[in-house]
Design a protein around this ligand. Structure first.
Ligand SMILES: [Mn+2]
Length: 308
């Protein structure tokens, strides 16, 4: 059994990063041989956690050296931009509904709709009675807090809560840890705003014959950002729509303090689509929805509207 690479999509978020590192540890502690490797640059939040707790994040350029690959927090080949050979994938652990696993003919697949893929990885340690390192516990807990929006997002399940309790114990982190974690990704000063929105460009989704991009920000200070830089956001989205020849584009701006979403776009067709889904009206380029909804939850609703 050769060395197995555990990886996530290019430029992984907190969840993908945490799962890759922790699941490699699990394999190594259960008789396998594996290496975690992250493609591209992990999200701001993951870099913050790495620096804050002095946890090494293993970056790799490509996957050429590996004959066996495990994918975590991802089940879509196109998110790898040619960087993996699908036949090499022996296992997939993911938690999203919009996935396309057909290309991975050799993979054992675990797709379960919990709030965070980190929950599925942590359950492996718990279920098999394998001791988890503090570093991995910190990473997985950060991922669960991030993905569930500190257990307030409607993606949150009881399984996420149970696993988080366990990880709080192991990591010895305080319950208000979410505050510093959220603050770390909320700085959108200057060019950071545009760079963050454009970084989501890689994820152009094709539904029927329509091309769609939905950048997402989950931050503290969302309302202020919209008040101060709303017109700028609308311009950036408009530019992305033209450059990428998109049919629909909106920003899913998640307000972690006021527990609501702003859907931001000046594109009329997109406004009509969101109105059809949620019955919301747009004023000055945005519509407000109570509660916290993540992009991965909106995709299936968009698909159902566009495919009929
Ligand atoms: Mn995830």
């Amino acid at each position: 059994m050769g060395n197995i690479l555990v990886t996530s999509y290019i430029n992984p978020d907190m969840d993908g990063t945490a799962c890759a590192v922790a699941y490699a540890e699990f394999i190594n502690k259960t008789g396998g041989l594996s290496t975690a490797g992250l493609l591209g640059l992990p999200h701001e939040e993951a870099l913050y956690v790495s620096e804050r707790f002095n946890i090494f994040l293993p970056l790799i350029e490509n996957t050429d050296d590996f004959t066996k690959i495990v994918l975590v927090d991802v089940s879509e080949l196109r998110l790898f931009a040619g960087k993996i050979v699908p036949e090499k994938v022996i296992e997939i652990i993911d938690h999203r509904q919009v996935g396309q696993t057909d290309e991975f003919v050799n993979a054992k697949k675990q797709i379960e709709l919990v709030g965070s893929a980190a929950t599925l990885v942590a359950e492996k340690f718990i279920g098999n009675n394998v001791k988890i390192s503090r570093d991995s516990a910190i990473l997985l807990l950060s991922a669960i807090i991030s993905n569930t929006l500190n257990f307030k997002g409607s993606v949150t399940t009881d399984r996420d809560r149970v696993v988080a309790d366990f990880l709080f114990e192991v990591s010895k982190l305080e319950k208000d840890y979410y505050k510093e974690l959220f603050a770390s990704k909320s700085d959108m000063a200057g060019e950071k705003l545009k760079n963050t929105l454009m970084a989501d460009k890689i994820v152009v989704r094709q539904i029927s014959d329509k091309r769609i991009v939905v950048p997402q920000l989950e931050i503290i200070g969302a309302k202020e950002l919209l008040e101060q830089r709303g017109p700028e956001i609308l311009e950036i989205l408009d530019e992305m729509k033209k450059t990428d020849q998109l049919d629909f584009i909106f920003l899913n701006l998640v307000d972690l303090e006021n527990i609501c979403n702003y859907f931001v776009t000046k594109d009329f067709e997109t406004q009509k689509l969101i109105n059809k889904i949620y019955g919301l009206d747009f004023v000055e380029g945005h519509a407000i929805k109570e509660g916290l909804v993540l992009r991965k939850q909106i995709w299936p609703l968009i698909v159902s509207k566009l495919e009929k």
